[in-house]
Design a protein around this ligand. Structure first.
Ligand SMILES: CCCCCC/C=C\CCCCCCCC(=O)NCCO
Length: 604
């Protein structure tokens, strides 16, 4: 035995030599392949490390900006402690009153107000991570406002000295606009968005930029650069999105007025989930020039920009200020219609439609109750409320909305995200879109049966389909047909406005939005129609609402997740409704919102 083992090893070099001689080519090929693979693995690791470094540098840059503000003499501890009562007073004033003081009270100056709000925003950001970075130029603008006041020049500007917050997607000269994607780090904007220019001309002071989800195409608020924003009412839940940083900072009283963008609900959803007010105007009513547009060539359904605030009056003040000659000059595609106060202040009886269910996912009891409470309020005000039924919701969502939004088979989105770190909240969607088309189709059938929901399958198929010009024109035609159908239904009922749920459910647990994406139909419908829609908080979730979840259906996977997320841990979460009007009827929408707000139990 020992003899034979000895012989085997003794002859091993010869055996190996023969073996290498026979398989020489194969071995060389294998080595080359391994070297190439190692090279690519190493390259990927280096690229990842560089990407992480880039993201970390961006984070450091933002942290540094906060430090500079904290060091500013006007933000010194001395000033704050000696004027503690003044500080509380400024932060307690609603926007309308603060503006009056800024315009005419000698004891209130823009620099003071800015400092109070910078400090408050810093404090709030420490808890909820809603701010991306402070805007350095704010100090200079505030000083300018105070100089003007001294000279008694232009101090009646409608937003004189008012600090405003901006969603990260608004272009600001010298600042990166990333939409949470690291490919856009280190590419500062060359000029301010039109709306920013107008805000500054009207006296406002943009002072912080707020957080968004990566791509802004999901109603959450997390990205690999700036991290996750939390809901100020419950930090285990999302503030909603994509204007989630705005919803959060306004609800937490770190800003009185902010601006978001909305192509599927991104202004209205965070307003609903954070308990603040917001208006998504008709697309062209406010200029969107100079905001990050992920699909700039897609012009069938557009992202509108709009204000978000603590109350409806603040939205009205913002709209009045923005609908001015400066905006009509800077962007001549905006129809020159100033704010029509007469429509907002009219007191005639209105005929208002209402619905609680849009035809896809049933609203949870609290969201249903919010609509019924608003209906009672409006009836008490002397208006006529009639039931309304949304036509063909499921069909238009899967056959028009999604095919338009993802009409290029998500090609452009994948280009934006190329080589990027993907946020876990959207990674499943991005992975699916990166697969070959036939696999995506297969996935759509698998998901349809896993979810027991045809809308899911149709939705996935609609995003994985290439379209030629003919298909695109057909899609545009169908969109127009649906708009016509909806309008004739509206006209046949002689409606002035419509109220409906702010969303299907309140704030979703952190990291779980993808499991209940379908709720978005409640808001996306009015992007598809391009009708103005505003969200106003009405109530908060009660124990009875939660108990009512026992009757919530559980046939599909979405329904089972909704049951799970909203049967406990939701008491006290804000719940809003949407008020909707015909295109360019923003003033009427705001009037209805104001009436609901006046009597809503939310603030009691
Ligand atoms: C990249 C992640 C996408 C997840 C899959 C999306 C599927 C359906 C939902 C589409 C809803 C679009 C939400 C739009 C949010 C919004 O309004 N963004 C504003 C952009 O300015």
């Amino acid at each position: 035995m020992i003899q034979s083992i000895w012989e085997y090893f003794h002859h091993l070099p010869n055996v190996l030599a023969i073996w290498i001689e026979c398989y020489c080519n194969q071995i060389v090929c294998c080595c080359i392949c391994m070297l190439i693979a190692l090279y690519y693995i190493q390259r990927c690791r280096i690229e990842r490390a560089e990407l992480k470094e880039k993201i970390n540098m961006k984070k450091d840059e933002c942290r540094e900006s906060w430090k500079k503000i904290a060091k500013h003499p006007s933000a010194s501890g001395h000033r704050v402690t000696t004027r503690q009562s003044h500080k509380i007073e400024i932060l307690d004033l609603p926007l309308e009153m603060l503006l009056k003081k800024l315009q005419s009270d000698e004891n209130v100056c823009a620099v003071d107000v800015l400092t109070e709000y910078q400090q408050k925003a810093h404090e709030v950001n420490g808890k909820f991570n809603c701010v991306v970075e402070p805007i350095k130029e704010a100090e200079y603008l505030a000083k300018n406002c105070d100089e003007m006041r001294k000279k008694n020049k232009q101090h009646k500007r409608p937003l004189h000295g008012l600090p405003v917050s901006l969603k990260e997607c608004y272009f600001l000269k010298g600042y990166d606009c990333t939409a949470g994607m690291s490919n856009y780090i280190g590419k500062p904007c060359e000029e301010d968005a039109v709306i920013v220019q107008v805000l500054i001309k009207q006296g406002a002071i943009p002072f912080v930029r707020t957080n968004i989800p990566q791509t802004m195409l999901i109603y959450d608020c997390s990205n690999p650069i700036y991290g996750k924003t939390l809901n100020p009412h419950n930090d285990k839940r999302t503030p909603g999105g994509s204007s989630g940083g705005e919803g959060c900072i306004i609800a937490a009283k770190g800003s009185l007025l902010g601006f978001g963008s909305d192509i599927g609900g991104s202004i209205r959803i965070p307003c609903h989930m954070c308990g603040v007010c917001g208006l998504k105007p008709t697309y062209r009513r406010l200029s969107a020039k100079g905001t990050f547009d992920l699909m700039s060539g897609q012009t069938l359904i557009n992202a509108a920009i709009g204000p978000m605030a603590q109350d409806v009056t603040s939205l009205v003040i913002a709209m009045k200020a923005l609908l001015c000659d400066d905006m009509f000059d800077l962007d001549p595609t905006v129809p020159p219609i100033p704010f029509r106060t007469e429509i907002y202040e009219k007191t005639n009886e209105l005929k208002i439609g209402y619905y609680v269910f849009d035809g896809y996912l049933k609203p949870v009891p609290a969201c249903k109750r919010a609509v019924m409470d608003a209906k009672d309020i409006l009836e008490r005000e002397g208006h006529k409320l009639i039931p309304f039924e949304v036509p063909d919701l499921k069909e238009i969502f899967t056959e028009i909305y999604l095919p338009v939004i993802f009409g290029d088979n998500t090609q452009m989105l994948l280009e934006h995200l190329k080589n990027d770190v993907i946020d876990p909240g959207i990674s499943l969607a991005v992975t699916n879109w990166s697969l070959p088309k036939c696999v995506q189709w297969l996935m759509s059938w698998v998901m349809s049966s896993v979810y027991n929901d045809n809308v899911i399958g149709k939705g996935i198929r609609s995003t994985s389909q290439s379209r030629n010009v003919y298909d695109w024109w057909k899609l545009a035609e169908r969109l127009e047909e649906y708009k016509k159908k909806f309008l004739s239904l509206w006209r046949s009922l002689e409606l002035d406005a419509l109220i409906c749920p702010g969303f299907a459910f309140p704030a979703v647990p952190n990291g779980e939005v993808f499991n209940v994406l379908g709720g978005v139909t409640y808001t996306a419908l009015y992007n598809l129609l391009d009708y103005p829609a505003g969200t106003v908080p009405v109530t908060k979730v009660t124990r009875e609402d939660e108990a009512g979840m026992k009757d919530y259906p559980s046939r599909t996977r979405y329904e089972r997740f909704i049951r799970k997320y909203f049967s406990e841990g939701t008491v006290g979460l804000p719940v809003g409704i949407q008020c909707v009007g015909l295109p360019y009827q923003e003033e009427l929408v705001l009037r209805v919102m104001k009436m609901v707000e006046n009597d809503a139990p939310f603030r009691r």
